[in-house]
Design a protein around this ligand. Sequence first.
Ligand SMILES: *Cc1c(COP(=O)(O)O)cnc(C)c1O
Length: 381
Amino acid sequence: MSGADDRRWAWAEVDLAAVTHNVELMRSIVAPSEVRAVVKADGYGHGSVEVAKAALAGGAAGLCVALVYEGVVLRRAGIDAPILLLSAQPDDQLDDVIEHRLTPTVYTRVQAEALAATCGAHGVVDLPVHVNVDTGMQRVGVAPVAALELFEHLDHPATPLRAEGVFTHLAVADEPTHPGTAEQLARFDAVLAELDRHGLRPPLVHAANSAGAVAHPGARHAFVRTGISVYGISPGAGVDHLVAGFRPAMSVKARVSHVKRVAADSHVSYGWRHRFDHDTTVATVPIGYADGVPRRLGTLPDKPGADVLIGGRRHPIVGVVTMDQFMVDVGDADVAVEDEVVLIGSQGGETILATDWADRLGTIGYEVVCAITERVPRRYT
Ligand SMILES: *Cc1c(COP(=O)(O)O)cnc(C)c1O
């Protein structure tokens, strides 16, 4: 992580053994399908290179990223596994795609032609590509009715492109009773059947994200593209019961930087949004919204502030989180400067999950861990 000072009194611990365990567990769930670990967004904030190595150690058959530079970072770290780019990327980055042996995704003829031209410039005669078919996400991908035509184009002997894979992406897999997943998979199966009829079905078919992998066996195909479960975070409350065996990889921790007694009727932090109705002890924690701790975590309407763990006990955040620090009401607990504070993770038998923050904030665990900024040093255990 560039720029982060490891001596800082705030850090994120990443348990790489948990990553390896989570990939092994996912492999056992989806076998004989394989697992490709999604390490986009710097490994969902955990550190892409370290996570990628731990995932490969757990038997991941490959990696997936969103951006070209994310793939380049992995190659520069010496990682040789297949790396799939999940969406098409700007033409001026296609040289890097070829040079670093990234596997591109295409869904338009224009994209295929740009890639073929880049292959020509590099003397590449065989480039595996994957085609994303949009069966309902309405984000990227070729429409099911246009898929055959694109595969026929890719099958042309003159093109250096070779359709190695075909995939789709599920929009509601984390709601197992939602009929949308069956609809999407039916559309996808129809495309596969059409490709079969023309002898054009590529060898690598894939459809499942983490929720799809655990909740929808029919989505597993050749491999599952799992991100959030690799990090031990539930994709959504509807599949909590299916991911109980996955272990959270990231903890967010800090040390108390200041402690003081405050009197009843005094207020705390910007806007004086919290008033103490009793004399109490307040601890200051040196991590804030510039580090990814949301400003509103302690001041949501009608809710007490989110808890942190100090001395193995829960204590609420009081007042708004500031850019670099926030305050905690520790009551009459014996808390001292340098005591460890757990924001996300476990201490003394208590646990706070990324999804606990997410539930409070009206978001998902993904956003919580991706938001932890580079300023927070990552420590690998
Ligand atoms: C991010 C992403 C995934 C991973 O999803 P998780 O829910 O984190 O498992 C898989 N496929 C595509 C296309 C994605 O964009």
